[in-house]
Design a protein around this ligand. Structure first.
Ligand code: NDP
Length: 404
């Protein structure tokens, strides 16, 4: 990642104007926690844009509380309801992907928090970077599918990317003041999810309810299932590759069940830095919004005596086959990561709808990766969109589910 540039928005100043946010995916887990941070710092942060896919009721509630200039919703019925409910308030109501891309380019937006799920984040993030915005990125699928395009947009238009994902925020924090050439390896920690010790022979009986029960983090459904398969860590390896410009073999994964060490960096002199904190996404969200400052906040501190011990172990590829699949996609390059991502999004949705088994997720992703990935050096957006569409279709076909 290009070093984050000091802009007038990020420069430290006691009288700086509030940073004006566009929160994409405001009604979700990261979105609502972002709004918690805005509530904590009303003098430093304000909200210009809020968006959702179909949760019109929650978006309306948020709009009435934060009084943004604009809201965007994907669902046509939600759009109709919001237009009616917000008539006369001066709040503009937009719809769909076009609305998302327009709102992130508004001149009154300083920071775009990308907290929607999946490939749907890619176009709005590219639009934000094209307008030179600072993007606080939670939506890892954007970098997984379109890392090369995001890099190109950063190079051409001078926008800025700051990670929100706790692991990447940890690495970002460990790298402050360090030369890129002094980094030897990144170590991403993983909780191991709810099935770290479950007998392997019972994996094909795992239910959505069991997969949605994460031991340490409360998150949206898709990322929670990804954590249970450890595809989440695989996506994060690809995300780290694009953010920190290191090859797959210098990005390691370590299972750490307590989720206190959020990730680490080993340097060429043999020293390792780690960033630690309680598992609470509001910490990395706040850091992305306050960077390069740190703002005093009442978040829970680690109780070292209560904590007792920290454990680490190597991930088991037989238990978590999605992790080696993600490394394979990164090594293949071209459209492979986009295929991996789309096949996984589709398979997770089918699993949540009880149409396939938990163990089918990795099987379907592997098949899509094998048959569909193409070695394009820098695929265009249209190429990625087509790879995404074909991978979803392929997974539906293999699973024997009619596409709609
Ligand atoms: P949620 O499912 O909780 O929320 C997703 C948000 O995006 C909702 O506002 C949803 O609207 C909106 N949305 C979903 N799909 C679309 C779409 N196609 N078009 C427009 N808007 C859409 O997800 P999370 O907050 O858990 O995750 C968001 C991102 O952050 C993911 O990429 C995830 O991997 C990443 N992340 C999440 C963490 C967490 O703790 N939750 C931790 C680290 C990373 P609606 O509510 O109307 O459906």
């Amino acid at each position: 990642m290009q070093p984050v540039q000091e802009t007038s928005e990020t420069a430290s100043s006691p009288v700086a104007a509030p940073r004006r946010l566009a929160v994409l995916g405001a009604t979700g887990s990261i979105g609502t926690q972002t709004l918690d941070i805005v509530r904590l710092f009303p003098d430093r942060l304000s909200v210009q844009v809020l968006t959702a896919r179909r949760n019109a009721a929650r978006l309306l509630q948020q709009a009435l509380e934060f009084r943004p200039a604009c809201v965007v919703i994907d669902d046509p019925e939600g759009y109709r309801q919001l237009r009616e409910a917000l008539a006369g308030t001066g709040i503009e109501v937009l719809q769909g992907e076009e609305g998302l891309c327009a709102c992130v380019q508004r001149p009154d937006v300083d920071v775009v928090v990308a907290a929607l799920v999946g490939f749907a984040g890619l176009r709005p993030v590219l639009a934000a970077l094209e307008a030179g915005k600072l993007v606080a990125l939670a939506n890892k699928e954007t970098l997984v599918a379109g890392g090369a395009l995001v890099h190109e947009a950063l190079r051409r238009y001078g926008g800025t990317l700051i990670p929100v994902d706790s692991e990447h925020s940890a690495i970002f924090q460990c790298l402050v003041g360090e030369e890129p050439a002094s980094v030897e390896a990144l170590i991403l920690t993983a909780s191991g999810g709810p099935f770290r010790t479950r007998p392997l022979e019972t994996f094909d009986r795992i239910t959505p309810d069991e997969a949605l029960c994460h031991p340490n983090w409360s998150m949206g459904a898709k990322v929670t299932v990804d954590s249970a398969t450890m595809m989440n860590k695989g996506l994060e390896v690809i995300e780290a590759h694009w953010l920190f410009e290191l090859p797959a073999e210098r990005i390691q994964v370590l299972v750490h069940p307590q989720s206190i060490v959020h990730s680490m960096v080993t340097f060429v002199d043999g020293s390792t830095k780690a960033q630690l904190g309680v598992p609470d996404m509001r910490l990395p969200i706040q850091y992305a919004l306050s960077y390069p400052e740190r703002w005093e906040a009442p978040h829970e501190r680690i109780d070292w005596v209560q904590l007792g011990q920290l454990d680490f172990e190597a991930p088991d590829p037989a238990r978590f086959p999605c992790l080696p699949l993600a490394y394979e996609a990164l090594r293949r390059g071209g459209t492979a990561p986009a295929v991996l991502n789309a096949a996984n999004e589709q398979a997770v949705q089918l699993f949540l709808q009880e149409q396939i088994r938990f163990t089918d997720i990795a099987r379907l992703v592997e098949a899509a990766l094998e048959y569909l990935s193409e070695p394009e050096p820098v695929p265009s957006y249209e190429h990625l969109q087509e790879a995404d569409r074909r991978a979803r279709h392929y997974v539906l076909e293999l699973a024997g589910v009619a596409a709609h």
